[in-house]
Design a protein around this ligand. Structure first.
Ligand code: IPM
Ligand code: MN
Length: 353
């Protein structure tokens, strides 16, 4: 298979973890006879420095022309403490999601057996947890009307019926492919937008008789993912709730550096780690490349390349088992491996298995 891949390393640790994913993809291409062509483009703070725009038109075009986008992270502390700034790296990310129509953000939460003890949660609670959070990504407060003056500010949490229907369709269908259990997460006891979500979900339920659907308030769900994560199979929720919930659920695995995600919608699908740009670690060869590498695996699986995805997952798993780990998950007394060493190890594993 030939795939044109737009490669957006972005900021912070992005330019360090991205090459590791590319090495792994090259090893996969060689082994399975595929052709992966990379088209690198700028975004985030880096792009603001180069041309004043965190998601320039050239980058948009590169993404639109590609079969998939592999994205790392954006964000830079230089832009964090001045509330008057209109252009920030994050506005580029939001523009990218909007312009590519990426309304469905799929964030799997799975545990690695050998890392269970690293989680701040009890092993007995998280063992076997395996669920998927589907976060709506182009609506809600992120994109609703905003206003700000010195004395008053607001953000509007707005959703239309078609926006809700299309994300719920993705969620119901994902549940059909998994364990047939969908939890619709909202705040319908308080918010009008949530009540519309719930109404539409209840209307759609009969079309999916093989899916057991339940409803949970976001506050309750935030507790339940930590006290009883095995309860969940597929969670669907709106943009802001999904943002917060997926940082929380990443704690289940013990490191944010292990979580890949996919964003799907109208145009080119995008694959990216859940974690951010971790500017404090930039240039130090410290960052865990696994989330980026696993995002590449999700990308291949999206195109039906199952064996290829499985081999990457096996390689990642094996690296963890053999303690080839970056510092944040290394066991006491174990050697610390850097970003490049972990990437190299996984690449070699893929090439030789
Ligand atoms: C995420 C991030 C972004 C978001 C930020 C960087 C704008 O936190 O992808 O979860 O809030 O969506
Ligand atoms: Mn987030």
């Amino acid at each position: 298979m030939k795939l044109n891949i737009a490669v957006l390393p972005g900021d912070g640790i992005g330019p360090e973890i991205m090459p590791q994913a590319i090495h792994v993809l090259d090893a996969i291409a060689k082994k399975f006879g595929h052709e992966f062509v990379y088209h690198e483009a700028i975004c985030g703070a880096h792009a603001i420095d180069v041309c004043g725009d965190p998601f320039p038109d050239d980058t948009f075009k590169t993404c639109m022309d590609a079969d998939a986008v592999l994205f790392a992270a954006v964000g830079d502390p230089r832009f964090d403490n001045d509330p008057t700034l209109k252009v920030r790296p994050e506005t580029g990310l939001l523009a990218m999601r909007k312009k590519l129509g990426l309304f469905a953000n799929v964030r799997p939460v799975a545990t690695f057996d050998c890392l269970l003890h690293m989680s701040p949660l009890k092993e007995s609670i998280i063992k076997g947890a395996d669920f998927m959070v589907i976060r709506e990504l182009t609506g809600g407060m992120y994109f609703g009307e905003k206003y700000q003056d010195n004395d008053r500010a607001y953000d509007t949490d707005v959703y239309s019926r078609p926006e809700i229907e299309r994300i719920l369709k993705v969620a119901f269908e994902t549940a059909q492919r998994r364990n047939h259990h969908l939890t619709v997460v909202d705040k319908a006891n308080v918010l009008a937008s949530s009540r519309l979500w719930r109404q539409i979900a209840k209307e759609m339920e009969p079309q999916y008789p093989d899916v057991q659907t339940d409803y949970m308030f976001i506050d309750n769900c935030s507790m339940r993912v930590l006290t009883d994560p095995r309860f969940f199979d597929v969670i669907v929720t709106e943009n802001t709730f999904g943002d917060i919930l997926t940082d929380e659920t990443s704690a289940i695995t013990g490191s944010m550096g292990l979580q890949p995600s996919a964003s799907l919608g109208d145009h080119t699908p995008l694959f990216e780690p859940v974690h951010g740009s971790w500017p404090q670690a930039a240039g130090k060869n410290l960052a865990n490349p696994l989330a980026q590498i696993l995002s590449a695996a999700m990308m291949l699986e999206h195109f039906g390349l199952k064996a290829e995805g499985a081999l990457i997952r096996e390689a990642c798993n094996e690296s963890l088992l053999q303690n080839i780990r970056t510092p944040e998950i290394q066991v006491e007394g174990g050697n610390h491996y850097g970003t490049t060493e972990v990437g190299q190890w996984i690449t070699n594993y893929v090439a030789s298995h």
